[in-house]
Ligand binder design. Structure first.
Ligand code: FAD
Length: 426
């Protein structure tokens, strides 16, 4: 949108922190989302926009499809209802398949699979390059990002907000609260929040690259009321992922992994794909979903207080991000006016996905620094520069994948840290 001067205030040293740091990276169709919800609308408009702009932003799409697998008779009996719900949600290509078809599609899956629902439109994407590309586009259109800028309070004088932050006061005509796991705390600056965030942790295990050959589709469980359940899928980076768990906690920032749960996830993976028993795990991580007491997202525009809420974006926000942006953009224009559509400036990001040409395959990148993930000196140097350079080591890893492979930085960290010296927050 033109005519605005947006500033993103980010408490962390880098973007791609918070809930967006650790997710499953699935591009959802909304086949199983709550019907007639804000969530399903945002997922589906976000999904469509991702497909429309991904090439312009150089973002990947691994067209895997998904299979909701029934592992016992009780789950098998639930499959027709999953298909019917998908159709009601407008995802018309979803069908039930039998045991033989399942075996044909996924020969490595345990023979215990009795049948499945096939969802051809569910895909795998890069969890970090997408939000990074959107942020770059915002900057190209005149937006600003202030990092290490925590909003701690604010006052509204009837016309504008003065937000208190750790970098001083920031004056704004309209505030958008998109604070993830801190959404209710930031909301309280405006009014007593109508929702409370309870972070829901999801732990994951990442199997080494050869394991990715064991699957084609995303393997989903028959969902429960509380969670989509444990998924097994390839990643855009050529690994195989098993997770997430669903564990409520009070800590809003720290997502710790624990040995017992990871053992359970590995066992679950092996139960689904027996061959996984012969593959090694090369990374573990956890993310925190900003869950509330409600199933739906909490999105609202408050005209009088000049405040927009975008909270409770729990398990589907990577997909829904562009749809949420559309919804907020419309709400903003209708309520506060004085904005117009801008001609988009495209800000492609470097490709990190295995299925497409990487920089190490060309002359441009120079020598390889991270040999596990094949990250070049050029890629690392580029991530340390530009309009939104990596703010901390986590941000550098997420922008390039350096130190995220089999050795977890054992061999390359000295070189990476030498290149980054003086540029990253501890
Ligand atoms: C385990 C797990 C699996 C998931 N799988 C998928 C998936 O497969 N597909 C999918 O589409 N989605 C998935 N998601 C959901 C997706 O990751 C989230 O919905 C999304 O990241 C939420 O983004 P957000 O911007 O609302 O929150 P965040 O990413 O947390 O962003 C909020 C930001 O606000 C900052 N902040 C907080 N308080 C303040 C303050 N006071 N001042 C300034 N800044 C502040 C934080 O530092 C943070 O960076 C998953 C999530 C998890 C945790």
């Amino acid at each position: 949108m033109a005519g605005l001067e947006p500033i993103m205030l980010e408490a962390a040293s880098d973007i791609l922190d918070g809930a967006s740091k650790g997710n499953s990276a699935l591009l959802h169709t909304g086949f199983d989302a709550p019907e007639d919800s804000i969530e399903v609308r945002c997922i589906q408009s976000g999904y469509r926009e991702y497909l429309a702009i991904k090439d312009k932003l150089n973002l990947p799409l691994i067209e895997s499809g998904a299979l909701v697998v029934a592992w016992d008779e009780e789950q098998l009996a639930k499959l027709p209802a999953i298909v019917a719900k998908a159709h009601r949600n407008g995802v018309g290509d979803v069908v039930q398949i039998d045991r033989d078809e399942l075996r044909k599609r996924e020969p490595s899956l345990s023979e215990r699979g009795l049948g499945a629902v096939h969802v051809p439109g569910e895909h795998i994407i890069d969890p970090w390059s997408a939000p990074l590309a959107y942020a770059h586009q915002g900057l190209a259109h005149g937006g600003k990002v202030l990092r290490r800028c925590r909003v701690t309070g604010g006052a509204f004088d009837g016309v504008r907000w003065t937000l208190q932050t750790t970098l001083g006061n920031v004056v704004a005509g309209v505030v958008i609260n998109a604070a993830g796991n801190h959404g209710d705390l930031v909301e309280a600056i405006n009014q007593p929040p109508a929702f409370a965030i309870t972070p829901r942790k999801g732990q994951f295990v990442v199997f080494d690259k050869p394991a990715s050959k064991l699957l084609h589709a995303i393997i989903l469980p028959v969902p429960t009321e509380r969670t989509k359940g444990v998924v097994a899928c390839r990643t855009a980076f050529g690994n195989l992922l098993v997770g997430p768990t669903a564990e409520d906690q009070t800590d809003r920032d720290r997502a710790e992994v624990d040995h017992a749960m990871l053992e359970q996830l590995i066992a679950k993976g092996v139960e689904m794909i027996p061959e996984l028993a012969h593959h090694s795990v090369n990374a573990i991580y956890a993310g925190l979903r900003p869950a509330t007491q409600f199933k739906d997202y909490q999105i609202a525009v408050n005209r009088e207080r000049r405040w927009i809420t975008a909270a409770g974006i729990r398990s589907t926000g990577l997909t829904a991000a562009l749809g949420i942006a559309q919804m907020i953009g419309r709400g903003f224009a209708e309520t506060f006016g004085d904005v117009r559509e801008a001609e988009p400036i495209w800000t492609p990001v470097p490709n990190l996905a295995e299925e497409r040409p990487r920089q190490y395959m060309t002359e441009a990148g120079g020598d390889i620094v991270c040999h596990c993930e094949l990250v070049t000196r050029g890629e690392i140097a580029a991530a340390l520069e530009g309009p939104l350079p990596a703010g901390d080591l986590g941000g550098l890893k997420r922008r390039t994948r350096c130190m995220m492979g089999r050795c977890q930085g054992f061999y390359c960290s000295a070189q990476v840290l030498a290149m980054a010296e003086g540029r990253l927050q501890p």
